[in-house]
Design a protein around this ligand. Sequence first.
Ligand code: NAP
Length: 308
Amino acid sequence: MNPLRLAIVGLGKIARDQHIPAIAATPGIELAAVASRNAALDGIAHFATLDDMLADGLEIDAVALCTPPQVRRGQAALALASGKHVLLEKPPGATVSELAPLTAAAEATGRTLFATWHSRFAAAVEPARAFLADHNIRSVTIEWKEDVRVWHPGQEWIWEPGGLGVFDPAINALSILTRILPRPVFLTSAHLAFPANRAAPIAAELDMADTEGVPIRAELDFLQTGSQTWDIRVETDAGNLTLSSGGAKLFHDGVALINAKEAEYAGIYRHFVELIRAGRSDVDATPLALVADAFLLGRRTIVDPFEY
Ligand code: NAP
């Protein structure tokens, strides 16, 4: 079977850091083109925009949309209408409501739509899910604190409406949470801190619960310097389970069970190829809905202006 021919749209940080190496390492798919207004790759067909690429007629089976969430819906709709399979970076869009029409378009055209949650492919996630299916959960605490200046240097889109601010990384925690817990989760209250000059929050506290009343607390910060924290702690009747380093490590009562090298994007591309071969889509809006609910329900505080 010929490898799937994929185009990357938006050659920014995540496309370079993760997508290009993961595509190269995945059997069944190859990078055939790039659509980027500002950059090109040696030896790979280049177009300034997705529209130009589609108009050219170059043979492409699928696109990976590595652009900011605010522009992804239009690109996804265009790509699906042109008969391409579509991989969406996280978050899958700037709104929850834009996803249903995209899913319907994928179904109507018989193409795959894959809304990726890269953190769900971290090594600790499936073992944690299996453990929690068999034990009583008492509480969950999320600490997701990183330095925006280190991880998102100069990314102005993150502070625009739909850019999500601190929820851009924190939605990864919510994607893990909603995968490992055995029951649905909903938001009960939130507090969001907005810099005076920005349209997205720089810090947040969330209180959530599952349908059995298990309390879930999340503390999110975009200004943490020094050591960075991407931890989820679950207190159970069989001890404490901690996923740290974004889910790369798993501890049970302090004893290390998993200490993996990061391989999330290899998992993403393996799954994308499987979905396409099976004629299926995979779109879960649950983490994005929790973020939307935080914007709906959260009390807002205005804090110091933020500049890079
Ligand atoms: P980025 O470095 O700003 O790259 C995004 C790219 O999208 C830009 O380089 C630009 O590419 C294109 N772009 C920007 N604005 C556009 C517009 N208005 N219209 C069309 N294209 C536009 O951002 P990133 O960090 O790679 O993040 C992209 C997505 O990946 C985000 O949703 C983010 O949450 C997700 N993600 C990021 C990370 C990370 O560590 N950075 C990790 C996981 C997921 P061209 O100049 O090539 O056109």
